[in-house]
Design a protein around this ligand. Sequence first.
Ligand code: ZN
Length: 395
Amino acid sequence: MAVADGLPAHAYHASLPGGRASGILRVYDHGLVFVRGDGSIGVTLPLQGLEIKRGGASNRLFFCTHAACPGWQVYTADPALLAAPALANHAALRALGLQRQQQHLHFWGLTFGGLAALAGLLFLLWVSLDGLSTLAARNVPPDMEARLGETVLGQYKIGKDLMDDKVALPLLKPLTAPLAAALSEKRYTLRFHIVNDPAINAFALPGGYMVINSGLILRARHASELQGVLGHEIAHVTEQHGVRAVIRSTGLFVVAQALLGDASGVVAVLANAGPLLINQAYSRDFEREADAEGLALLKRARVDPRGMVAFFRTMLEEEKKQMAKIPDANARKVMEASRAFLGTHPDTPERIANLEKKLANEPRAGWRDDEAAFRALQAEVRRFVSENRDPGAAP
Ligand SMILES: [Zn+2]
């Protein structure tokens, strides 16, 4: 695309819906203008004092910032930016050239100095790309992960009907605080949200963000069933399944870069992974890991771990029951809802069997009793749903 037409670009700023917008970048004599998809001007970064940095996978992206526009970050992958006449001899491009040279030196230093390390790395890759992506994921700073989760949540929230946090959090806290307290490392702050959605589902985003559908809360029969699902979702967070899945799909270079301590490539890839993360269908391995880790977490929190299995079982029964009533349109809706949960959580019978084997020797009594808090939550969710009956309708 020619510079005159504008370059495809994206911008980050807290004022944008979801913190992020797509659009085009135009280069004028007075500055870089980011025009949003709807034609409105997002921001103008003056040329005087403009800063440009490379980043992202393979350093392909050009990130533009200006001290006069705090918080704004505009980036494009189009190298035509560098050829814009208005930027000829601009200090930002000279700085960029310098930076590139330094990076080259750095790279060769690494190559010759770390040949053995690279050979070891390739061996590791050969052994297990998953092991490698796990290591790479650990190099993504927790606050970056949290920012990513927040951005994706922002994208998800558009057009959705979320319960007011001021109402939801005090009701959720007695049920979630024991789980948070039992985490073996405090890398993440767990943040729960409730959405008005009849589908029996919940999902976790990187950095500790979790969304629970009203349908799941209303269908659970006991506190331990809801907590069982949350234990599983929390394990997706602590085991970094979202980040690991994205890293696995990005290829060797980004993984190697992150292993060498530079997580910027991973972060740039993750920044565009929103839709993937929202509709994440994890691999069987990740689901098994989340079951096992979730179960261990529940036990440490003194939450009856049988609740997790009981809820899986409820889901299976629900599906069978609804199958029998297919002609009823309403029933079909409920069936699709339970499918949504089972669809992202495959192999349910096998997983139930695995969990039951692990639970065989667990005591029946002596677990926490959070039933009163659970009933209070359910009552409020029921009220919330009845007040906002049609979650799909336009506002
Ligand atoms: Zn899962």
